[in-house]
Design a protein around this ligand. Structure first.
Ligand code: NAP
Ligand code: F7E
Length: 324
């Protein structure tokens, strides 16, 4: 019988990449989505897999909906990708962020514990948990957490709850501590996609300027398609464990902007970029850079798409979309 997987957050960025990856491996994939008046299937359509997923309605803030889903499907694997994932909004919507990102994980873990204890569980943990912690310039599985936003804090709770269900009840639960990963499916609010969309609009004469916040923040950016493979590999490991996933390379927002403009043939980019305090964070995470040696060695995982290729792919995709 085919392996079954439930993916929460199926309509976001990572959900469609993971669904495609698992479908190609022969999995039957269920996708949990909220109730919408009009569901937005664009990301699944972009990858051509909107007909390969069985959709189930549920919400991470509604425990009973999760219990029913786990009880009825009893999937082999649950990938919990659903979240209020935008750091910038988490100060203004701290309660919602906590309910979905922290309590939602507790609800899912309890549903598995009581109704399907052999189900393996993947938690979408994040480099935002490290925040200010940056001992030698890198972060790995031994780095302390010092989150800087309600988002980061909500994910620390979920991280430890995932560890605790493993230690307390012997469940197969694993944390992927993923550093920033992007793609043409990235939400438009996140800085990379905001930049590639804005740069292409300027090139096509559809916009005059691009407003950004802190250009000096540094991130370890990779390609989402590479990172979902790491999620799968963690779930196939003999023993459940927690892994940092990132490229090990770090670039500033400024470098991303410069490269994106260069991609469309604009070198005097400064004259198009304005700084707007509204896009600055009350507390910034200045520098994230992964030391992902554990994943390289134990999972045999390696990222394939470089920073330069990522910028190129994203700019090209926005150009194609906006030229239509
Ligand atoms: P995303 O594009 O924002 O997708 C998140 C998904 O969660 C969306 O489809 C959203 O539904 C869904 N969702 C939100 N609230 C929900 C609720 N109450 N019940 C059910 N579903 C809900 O995020 P992503 O970039 O794919 O990231 C996937 C996961 O990895 C997230 O948990 C994120 O926090 C984490 N993460 C991301 C990165 C990264 O760089 N991308 C790095 C580390 C960790 P709608 O489509 O209706 O909004
Ligand atoms: O910001 C700076 C901003 O919103 C990156 C999520 O997927 O990755 C993501 O969180 C940096 C920050 O991503 C703008 O201050 C400057 O330093 O693209 P972002 P994020 O906050 O790193 C982690 C790993 C996750 O887990 C999250 O779910 O860029 N920045 N100017 C800006 N950021 C935005 N959004 N908009 C600006 O105008």
């Amino acid at each position: 019988m085919a392996n079954t997987a439930l993916i929460t957050g199926i309509l976001g960025q990572d959900g469609p990449y993971l669904a495609k990856y698992l479908v190609e491996k022969g999995y039957k994939v269920y996708g949990l989505m909220r109730r919408y008046s009009t569901p937005h299937m664009d990301n699944l359509k972009f990858l051509g897999i909107e007909h390969s997923v069985d959709f189930i309605e549920g919400d991470l803030s509604d425990e009973a909906s999760l219990i029913n889903i786990i009880k009825n499907i009893r999937p082999n694997e649950v990938y919990n990708l659903a979240a209020q994932s935008f750091v910038g909004s988490s100060w203004d919507q701290a309660k919602l962020t906590t309910e979905v990102n922290s309590l939602g994980v507790l609800y899912l873990l309890n549903s598995i514990k009581f109704f399907s204890p052999t189900t393996k569980f993947y938690q979408a943990s994040t480099s935002e948990m490290f925040g200010l912690s940056n001992d030698d310039g890198y972060q790995d599985e031994n780095t302390n957490f010092h989150p800087r936003s309600p988002y980061g804090i909500s994910k620390v709770y979920a991280y430890w709850m995932t560890v605790n269900f493993r230690e307390s009840y012997g469940l197969f639960t694993t944390n992927g501590i993923l550093f920033n990963h992007e793609s043409p499916l990235r939400g438009i609010q996140f800085v990379t996609r905001k930049i590639t969309d804005g740069v292409v609009k300027i090139k096509l004469g559809l916009a005059e300027t691009l407003s950004l916040g802190n250009l000096e923040a540094k991130r370890d950016w990779g390609f989402a398609g590479d990172y979902v493979e790491a999620m799968y590999l963690m779930m196939q490991a003999e023993k459940p464990d927690d892994y940092v996933i990132g490229s090990g390379h770090c670039h500033s927002v400024r470098e991303f902007v410069e490269l994106a403009f260069k991609q469309v043939g604009i070198s005097d980019w400064e004259k198009y970029v304005t700084i707007d305090a509204r896009f600055k964070r009350p507390a910034e995470v200045p520098h994230l850079q992964a030391r992902a040696n554990k994943a390289f060695e134990k999972l045999g995982w390696k990222p394939k798409v470089s920073f330069e290729e990522l910028v190129k792919v994203m700019v090209e995709a926005d150009m194609k979309r906006l030229q239509k």
